[in-house]
Design a protein around this ligand. Structure first.
Ligand code: GLU
Length: 468
């Protein structure tokens, strides 16, 4: 069996967390089975679909590394094909033109409500043979009146609907444009999709789509409906709960592999394993292991995973992402230490790349001001002789490496009869502007000799200016 899955977003906003997880599950399923992953842009809602949203989806998928093998296919490019299949259904009697006016339908609905019946179209145009002058008809699918439609859902097991619950769905509007359930069917058929993995907000559409597929004599795909994602308060995940767009996570300093790892565990598990490489995800993923119930989004866990990946991913890889974040802070990453070394120095104390970039800024450019508390405590008259002595010795260092730098600190402390911290802290505030930085030898090494000396000079001037 060939495995063909698809991700079919409607481009009406960003690629959000829920969509990305659906895409990931579909992608994993295809990769696991050596199959094909298709991207289809469902842009028939011309009022809500935008080019920017399409781009946001492409950007999000590319950033996550969810590469598609076929597509992107745009539904707006396929109207001729939808028209062709529509004709076929009309000719074969599986669809019919409905001339009911809005007033008639409102009246029908009001009557049903009054009798406490479920509002549904009663099929009154099913047998109409003559058009009604002056009315542009819609086209409805002739749904079977009896029997049931059922499928074995990959996630939720057997799901069945009675045909009597499904009325004759409108598949083309009066302006001739096809509706969602119809375009999906034609696309899944033409694109030979074998496994439809999508959000469970589509469960009610599936029996309708199956009936149309059957009318077309098509083989049915397998369906898997993934439960939704909730915020900590139990409500459906939304902007209220923080970032929901994938690209916002990039902007906030997450690595794509951390987000992927987080998403794969959101509603799917493999024993109690938490950390999954992409290869492991592909190897272990089974759609049948997706949870039946909704999952709760936990930002702390995502942060924990991000820190894990900052610590354990190849530093050269992390540095690629760090360069971008440095650039966002107007830092030229070539005007200072190699970002790979910065990653090694900063990763332990950084939970995000934004934190890492912010706390590394001083390596690349002068800070505007000292952190007031740190300066008050460490840049005082009594630190002047310490800083002067350090400056003299550091100016004489010939090989700017961690070991000789460490030796300068140790010997200066010894010779001045001070503790190492009493020497290191004023120096740290002088060069970094705050009392927090990587170990002093690493900090100096990354900063370089010229910058170190000029920052000490600046600190000495700062102390002098305070005195005056
Ligand atoms: N375009 C639909 C959506 O964004 C998905 C349709 C499908 O997966 O069948 O919700």
């Amino acid at each position: 069996m060939t495995h063909r899955t698809r991700f079919a977003p409607s481009p009406t906003g960003h690629l959000h967390i829920g969509g990305a997880r659906t895409a990931l599950f579909s992608w994993l399923y295809a990769r696991k089975h050596g199959g094909t992953f298709i991207l289809r842009i469902e842009d028939t809602d011309l009022e809500r679909s935008t080019v920017e949203s399409v781009n946001a989806i492409l950007e999000g998928m590319t950033w996550l590394g969810l590469e598609y093998d076929e597509g992107p296919f745009y539904q707006t490019h396929r109207f001729d094909r939808y028209g062709e299949v529509m004709e076929q259904l009309l000719e074969q009697g599986h669809a019919y033109r409905c001339y009911c006016t809005k007033e008639e339908l409102d009246e029908l609905r009001a009557g049903q409500m009054e009798r406490k019946e479920k509002p549904r179209y009663d099929g009154r145009c099913r047998h109409r043979t003559e058009p009604r002058p002056g009315v542009s008809p819609v086209i409805r699918f002739r749904n079977a009146a009896e029997g049931e439609v059922a499928w074995d859902d990959l996630v939720r097991g057997r799901i069945a609907f009675r045909n009597s619950e499904l009325d004759d769905l409108i598949i083309a509007r009066s302006d001739g444009t096809p509706t969602y359930n119809f375009t999906v069917v034609v696309d899944d058929l033409d694109m030979k999709v074998s496994h439809v993995i999508r959000g469970d907000d589509h469960v009610n559409n599936t029996p309708r789509q199956i009936n149309i597929l059957k009318a077309l004599g098509a083989e049915l795909p397998h369906y898997g409906h993934v439960p939704m994602i909730l915020g900590a308060d139990g409500a459906r995940l939304s902007k209220r709960h923080g970032a929901v767009s994938v690209m916002q996570y990039r902007d906030e300093g997450y690595l794509p592999e951390a987000l992927l790892n987080y998403l794969v565990r959101l509603g799917w598990s493999y024993g109690d394993q938490e950390i999954f490489s992409i290869d492991e995800m592909i190897e272990y993923f089974e759609a049948t292991d997706i949870n039946h119930s909704a999952s709760t989004f936990n930002p702390d866990k995502l942060l924990w995973l991000n820190h894990h990946y900052l610590m354990h991913s190849d530093p050269a890889h992390v540095a690629h992402h760090l360069r971008w974040h440095l650039g966002r802070l107007d830092i030229d990453p070539t005007d200072g230490p190699d970002p790979v070394e910065v990653v090694l120095a900063q990763r332990e104390r950084s939970k995000t790349l934004v934190e890492m970039a912010q706390s590394s800024r001083f390596f690349y450019m002068d800070f505007d001001d000292y952190d007031p508390k740190s300066a008050q405590k460490n840049l005082t008259a009594s630190s002047v002789p310490v800083l002067e002595e350090l400056r003299r010795r550091l100016a004489g260092v010939e090989t700017w490496e961690k070991e000789p730098l460490h030796a300068v600190l140790v010997f200066t402390a010894e010779d001045l009869g001070l503790k190492l911290g009493q020497v290191a802290q004023p120096l740290r505030v002088a060069v970094a502007g705050t009392a927090v930085s990587p170990p002093m030898d690493v900090t100096l090494y990354l900063l370089g000799q010229l910058r170190t000396l000029s920052r000490i000079d600046r600190a000495l001037q700062h102390i002098q200016a305070k005195k005056d």
